[in-house]
Design a protein around this ligand. Structure first.
Ligand code: FE2
Ligand code: FE2
Length: 321
């Protein structure tokens, strides 16, 4: 359960509430602005020398387009979370390329970077070439305090395999972390999502033994689970907890096909803009597309609205002419 806090009881957000721009502090409806904002990106699958993934996908270019979109939002997020399959083969050079591409963006946005391991990653190289740590085969886990919101990264990868699992040691570690609740609750970030997919191929590569994880998160302060792996955006619940899967930056699954014939396509890439409110968490899918976009709404428009009373705003913008 998450305590309902009075405004500012949990302290100022480390980033989101400062740099969002003029619209951040306005409240035209029933909900105060989000307490925390997280960018959820997944499945970058970089290859050394930027070899085309599967002979056809330019993963570095697609990541660059995603990062440009991330910066265009002009939000200062509390964290940027990458939910695994950071590289396709775990090559040191691919981790170095990922680091070079993403770290300057995170620096400009003033946001901590949270890297989660996926089945395509290689723990020793990930630790050494991306995190700058001593190489080891230990699970890549971590805990972040994002201004009272706790984010726990789990490592569902199984060295040598593509399915997911959490061993006894990691589950026990998670139980210990969750023994103490966080002021704004907890988000888990993991690669393999603990929800079903309608695509048979992902049944083979699912997170195994999910009831063991359910036993640990049930009744704790976990408010949401961020995941990847599927290369399409989807959501569900696990042990009563909302699960949100971000699609990939590299390629996505063309779901406009019979489930047995779904394959990848170089389109539909997106990431998620996660807003953490007192009562709920929303996960907005942000398509990475170049499309002509109108410019009716603007900071000036919001400013004009903010000078009106609530009744005048309804008159000005809600009443049908
Ligand atoms: Fe992937
Ligand atoms: Fe995966």
């Amino acid at each position: 359960m998450v305590p309902t806090l009075p405004p500012d009881a949990a302290g100022a957000a480390p980033g989101a509430s400062e740099g969002v721009g003029p619209t951040a502090s306005v409240q035209f409806g029933q909900y105060p602005p989000a307490r925390r904002t997280i960018l959820h990106v997944s499945d970058t699958h970089l290859l050394a020398g930027n070899r085309p993934l599967g002979g056809r996908y330019d993963t570095a270019a697609n990541l660059a387009r995603t990062l440009e979109a991330v910066e265009r939002i002009a939000v200062r997020p509390d964290a940027i979370v990458f939910t695994g399959d950071l590289t396709d083969l775990g090559e040191p050079e691919a981790y170095a390329a990922l680091k070079d591409a993403v770290e300057p963006v995170a620096e400009r946005l003033g946001a901590p970077l949270i890297w989660v391991a996926g089945n395509h990653d290689q723990r020793t190289a990930l630790r050494r070439d991306l995190l700058g740590l001593a190489p080891s085969e230990d699970p890549v886990t971590g805990v972040w305090d994002l201004g009272g919101l706790r984010l726990i990264a789990l490592d569902t990868s199984v060295p040598g395999w593509h399915h997911g699992d959490l061993d006894d040691g990691q589950l026990e570690w998670l139980r210990e972390q969750l023994a103490t609740p966080a002021p704004l609750g907890t988000l888990l970030a993991m690669h393999h999502p603990p929800i079903p997919s309608h695509l048979p191929l992902f049944d083979i590569l699912e997170l195994r033994d999910q009831p063991r994880l359910a036993d640990i998160v049930r009744g704790a302060d976990v408010r949401g689970i961020l995941a990847g792996h599927l290369h399409y955006s989807t959501s569900g619940t696990f042990a009563g907890i909302p699960v949100s899967v971000a699609a990939a930056t590299c390629y996505t699954m063309n779901l406009a096909r019979p489930a047995l014939e779904v394959n990848g396509m170089d389109a539909g890439q997106s990431f998620h803009l996660v807003h953490v409110y007192d009562e709920t968490i929303t996960h907005a899918v942000v398509p990475v597309v170049d499309a002509p976009t109108s410019d009716y709404f603007s900071a000036e428009w919001v400013e004009r609205m903010s000078l009106l009373t609530p009744e005048q705003r309804l008159e000005a913008f809600s009443r049908k002419r």
